[in-house]
Design a protein around this ligand. Sequence first.
Ligand code: ATP
Ligand code: ZN
Length: 299
Amino acid sequence: MNKNRVRLAIQKSGRLSYDSQNLLQSCGLKINLQKSSLIAFAENMPIDVMLVRDDDIPGLIMDGVVELGIIGSNVLEETCLTRSFIGAPVEYSILQYLDFGVCRLSLSIPLDMHYIGAVCLTNARIATSYPSLLKRYLDKKNIPFKPFVLNGSVEVAYNSGLADAICDLVSTGATLEANGLKEVETIYDSRACLMSREEKTMPIEKIRIIRKLLNRIQGVIKARESKYIMLHIEKNKLNKITNLLKGAEQPTIVELSGNKNKVALHIVSSETVFWETIEQLKSLGASSILVLPIEKMME
Ligand code: ATP
Ligand code: ZN
């Protein structure tokens, strides 16, 4: 094992696997990931990628086995609570929140149950994969309850007669409805994040590699949420348009051949801002609007 290579743990197979691998590839890492093996080596950066169950990732970092991990903040927070309880170390840093794995941990109850607040869950038997997050939430409200842990198939626990309510991850809520449930409380808002060991526990060579990777990840995320926008506009409307689109940099203005009143404006803006302002852009007379994806964006 080369001491100066950084070990990065990602989920082997599950909801975060594709996005994690895709992010690393977008950062230019050339890795030959094979599902059957635990570890893959990047050819062009001193980084080794470990493929593991997501639940193991925070512990691998906190126990000093790997330096980096991509993990849902829900799993990270749950691990912190359980490790604190048994007195295991919980040191780590969150280097970057990522643009995937967005979901929430919610409490759901039967569709026909009358609900006026968490007090309705008093003494309820609640199935969850996140007992510590659930306990923290209901303890704060002084609600006694009977939790039990299911690592999978939590949503069917009510229909199977095992639970009165469930506490599970939700993104759209469609699965809940299909199982005769409605969401009543959000316990925790989650998204994937890049976490690491604390800098003070690592040699400077590894810190340098991590900073380089982080810089690339930030560039990829920024590029993914940005668009290169080109449009034609009358010169006297330029200020209004640039105020609306508020880009990362000053816009580029290009003369149009054969038209002295109009110019072409090129600007980098967020996709959300673009959609929110499209009607105003049009009413200001913007035409020939083109929106292009950006592959990379470095500061
Ligand atoms: P493993 O076998 O690795 O233990 P798992 O079954 O525990 O996998 P997954 O269902 O693959 O976990 O979910 C992994 C993570 O993806 C969750 O902890 C959460 O952070 C995120 N996630 C879960 N559900 C959703 C969802 N509906 N939409 C987006 N992200 C989600
Ligand atoms: Zn898991």
